[in-house]
Design a protein. Structure first.
Length: 449
């Protein structure tokens, strides 16, 4: 009897804990559900931290080019260049340009004695309309490595160590091969002397050279073996056709466009990779060998010159040909019409200040090249021959340029259109898009992600 009573007591003790366990589990489950919601509510806000400063102008386009040139020099100098610097105006110029190719993102930097304050607001179309993800942080001067003084996502403070961990993870994912971790670990001294901030890489020239060699190799790997082989095959066959006299060395570029597509269609197991190879080859041979830096493929100039595309034109002009094929290549590399067209806009802003002036005719060629690439990449291989057969003249790939202004210097462009964000400017771009979309070959719109 005593044993039975003892057993019952133990049982009651065990079962008496069940309600407590249930309540604890419910609490944990509720916390698991509510915690992300609380974080989301603290991170997402109804007002942007950074107000849209407006679209870039000729000055910010020039600043972006200069910053990119300095970064390119550092990468290509085989470790001999050990640092990089930029001032506050240049950084904000780059952020303004970035906003044009990545709509929905606005950034602002302030270089102060205590460090560099950076704020970024992400809104529509990347966020639901009326909501913003606001990011803010301060980079402190340092004698060794990256020092983050503070960081915040919305109203939520973030430990600096967590920011560095996330940055390392993101860069490793983007660059691959542990290059993100190597890059962050390779930062030496950060100097802040308003309005300029300077970064010095640690290590000797040999170590830096090894890192940049790995970075270049990763860029080549990112293109993919199949696409690289397709580019090589395209250039080889285009050279053969040129030697046989099947491709002109002057006159219209159209035969080169058609030949490149036919080569892609005739490849064994042809698919989007072969079409990308065709578009890359055209951008390299008919546009500029410098396009190779975008895709990590740089054939020798002799091979590209032998294609015989250099003397050809589109709508009677060399520059329109180059705009067309380079924009087609950019779309093939990014599958983003917004990015490729935004790059063209920045180039025209540069031209308005330094070269032949802002040209809407050039932008029409950009838009047509983007649509050319989008049309063939979206279509099944079986449709390519019929699409080629429908191209009878240049008027089937580039729209009429009648009435489109060009040769506008920065002052004339601003006086007439106000800037690339104005309603007057948007009306011209809409007209260009209407003309391009009216061409049967470009019936389907390109992706604008």
């Amino acid at each position: 009897m005593a044993a039975a009573t003892g057993t019952a007591g133990v049982s009651r003790g065990l079962f008496a804990g069940v309600p407590v366990m249930r309540r604890a589990l419910r609490g944990l489950l509720l916390a698991a559900i509510l915690a992300p919601l609380v974080v989301l509510l603290l991170a997402v806000e109804r007002r942007p931290l950074v107000r849209d400063a407006g679209p870039p102008d000729a000055r910010s386009a020039a600043q972006t080019r200069d910053v990119i040139d300095r970064l390119r020099l550092m990468v290509n100098a085989a470790g001999a260049v050990a640092g990089f610097s930029a001032d506050e105006e240049e950084i904000n110029g780059v952020l303004a340009a970035a906003q044009r190719v990545a709509p929905g993102v606005a950034g602002e930097a302030r270089v102060e004695a205590g460090g560099v304050r950076l704020a970024v607001s992400v809104g529509a179309p990347l966020m639901p309309e009326g909501y913003w993800l606001n990011l803010a942080g301060e980079l402190a001067p340092s004698e060794g490595g990256i020092a983050i003084a503070s960081a915040r996502v919305g109203r939520l403070p973030v430990p600096p160590a967590l920011v560095l961990w996330a940055a390392r993870l993101g860069l490793d994912h983007a660059l691959g091969d542990g290059l993100g971790s190597t890059l962050l670990a390779g930062v030496g001294r950060i100097e802040v002397a308003p309005p300029r901030v300077s970064l010095t890489l640690a290590g000797d020239p040999a170590a830096r050279a090894a890192f940049f060699d790995r970075l270049k190799a990763r860029a080549i790997d990112g293109t993919g073996d199949r696409v690289r082989l397709a580019v090589d095959e395209e250039i080889r066959q285009l050279r053969k056709a040129a030697r046989r006299g099947e491709l002109p060395r002057d006159g219209s570029v159209l035969p080169h466009l058609e030949a490149a597509v036919r080569i892609a269609a005739g490849a064994e197991g042809a698919g989007p990779e072969e079409m990308r190879g065709a578009l890359y080859a055209l951008a390299l041979a008919c546009g500029t060998p410098a396009f190779g830096e975008v895709i990590g493929i740089q054939p020798g100039w002799q091979a590209l010159d032998a294609v015989g595309c250099g003397g050809t034109t589109l709508a009677g002009r060399d520059d329109l040909k180059r705009h067309f094929v380079i924009s087609a290549g950019l779309y093939a590399a990014t599958t983003s019409g917004r990015f490729a067209f935004g790059v063209g806009e920045l180039k025209e802003l540069l031209d308005s200040a330094e070269r032949e002036g802002f040209s809407f005719e050039d932008m029409a060629a950009d838009a047509a090249g983007i649509r050319f690439a989008a049309a063939f990449l979206a279509a099944p291989v079986s449709a390519w021959p019929d699409m080629l057969a429908a191209i009878e003249s240049e008027a089937d790939v580039i729209p009429s340029l009648d009435g489109l202004a060009e040769g506008l210097d920065a002052a004339a462009f601003t006086a007439r259109y106000g800037g690339i964000g104005s309603p007057e400017y948007a009306a011209v771009v809409a007209e260009i898009e209407r003309r391009v979309a009216a061409l049967p070959l470009y019936a389907a719109p390109p992706a604008t992600n």
